[in-house]
Design a protein around this ligand. Structure first.
Ligand code: PLP
Length: 375
């Protein structure tokens, strides 16, 4: 059976080059980086080289990069450490955030550690920047993602950073969906926290990082050994760190070519969907190639009693995608993002997401399969 993978926002395959770079660190160079003997010193040295590589790509210093188990931990670290170490008592965020941020800020608010303002947005998922400006106070932590993982909307993090600096607030951005796909330059973007997760850009799962601006002195996030300069106890995921740095390096090296190619894939899918599927539309700003990330297309399908089965039926045809419509009233399953932008729960929703490995043929197969299911 044909197998077509169009769920690259959920995760991506590890590239061959990344895997090859990682392999020696399982069996040959395996010492515990905290050990003082030569085996340990060897792995310590490659960890620090990887940290430097990532810092150089982002235009910052290695002292500001900390490895984590991925995006979720990095989001938690930014938020929880700001509260415990920087005196943050008020936060500004949005219901459109990934649960790694949204559930974390909601928990902090529920347990009385912060007051939380969730900023307004339009039905296309555009954030109300004036509301953000009014809500942000001196000492607030603003946590707003760069690209939305479901609808692909890109938020203007440069403007949000300027507002935060004007107001004397801290700014954290969840850049999991844009890391490796757009150039983040910390020489130009004045920010407090920014994150990445390797499995979203052809690196391994279970490894990520957080950039912490050196002006912010924060306490250890995970207590234990002195790893990560006392900020995160626990023996380092050495092979993962090597894979993360290699994946980011490759992503930066080929970024312009990959972006152009993926944009052409997305453009073709939009055209084919409009041509072949009557009544199709797009959720959020995902149809707009300027205002959404090139890797995500969130498609809205006309109302039908078969919509509940759509993802399952595509799966049977070998097409892996994700989605699910807005939560209908009284149910808790479904997408909190589509619900927040008032997407009609009766319409079907499918998130197609692409990578450099997606082919035109796969996109055509997916659209034709969808057309067949809907007819
Ligand atoms: N933030 C965003 C925007 C994401 O899309 C994801 C993963 O889907 C995460 C955070 C969580 O990352 P991880 O899977 O590395 O914990």
């Amino acid at each position: 059976m044909k197998k077509v993978y169009l769920d690259n926002s959920a995760t991506t395959p590890v590239s061959k080059e990344v895997l090859e770079a990682m392999i020696p660190y399982f069996t040959e160079t395996f010492g515990n980086p905290s050990s003082i003997h030569s085996h340990g010193r060897e792995t310590r040295s490659v960890i620090e080289k990887s940290r430097k590589k990532i810092a150089d790509l982002l235009g910052t210093s290695p002292a500001e990069i900390f490895f984590t188990s991925g995006g979720t931990e990095a989001d938690n670290m930014a938020i929880i450490s700001s509260i415990s170490s920087l005196g943050v008592k008020h936060m500004v965020s949005s219901t459109l955030e990934h649960h790694a941020v949204l559930h974390t800020v909601e928990h902090q608010a529920k347990t009385g550690k912060i007051n939380l303002d969730l900023i307004r947005h339009s039905d296309l998922g555009e954030l109300d920047i004036e509301h953000l400006r009014q809500s942000t106070q001196k000492g607030s932590l603003v946590s707003i993602m760069h690209a939305n993982n479901e609808i692909g909307n890109l938020n203007d993090i440069n403007t949000i950073s300027e507002i935060c600096r004007e107001k004397g607030a801290f700014f954290h951005t969840d850049t999991v969906q844009t890391m490796g796909k757009v150039k983040h330059n910390l020489q130009e973007l004045d920010i407090d926290f920014l994150i990445g997760s390797a499995h979203k850009f052809h690196g391994p799962k279970g490894i990520g990082f957080i950039y912490v601006n050196a002006n912010n002195k924060i306490d250890p996030f995970i207590h234990g050994g002195a790893q990560e300069r006392n900020m995160r106890g626990g023996t380092e995921n050495v092979a993962g760190i090597i894979g993360l740095a290699k994946a980011l390096e490759l992503a930066y090296e080929n970024q312009d070519t990959d972006k152009k190619y993926i944009e052409s894939i997305k453009r073709s899918m939009i055209e084919q969907l409009k041509e072949k599927i009557e009544g199709v539309s797009f959720n959020g700003l995902s149809e707009d190639l300027e205002k959404s990330i090139h890797t995500v297309l969130n498609v809205s399908i006309p109302e039908s009693s078969d919509n509940d089965m759509l993802l399952f039926s595509l799966d049977i045809k070998g097409v892996s995608v994700s989605g699910g419509s807005a939560c209908s009233s009284g149910t808790s399953i479904g997408s909190h993002v589509l619900e927040a932008i008032n997407s009609d729960p009766r319409r079907g929703a499918i998130r197609f997401s692409f990578s450099k490995y997606t082919t035109m043929e796969e996109v055509t197969y997916a659209v034709d399969s969808l057309k067949e299911l809907l007819s």
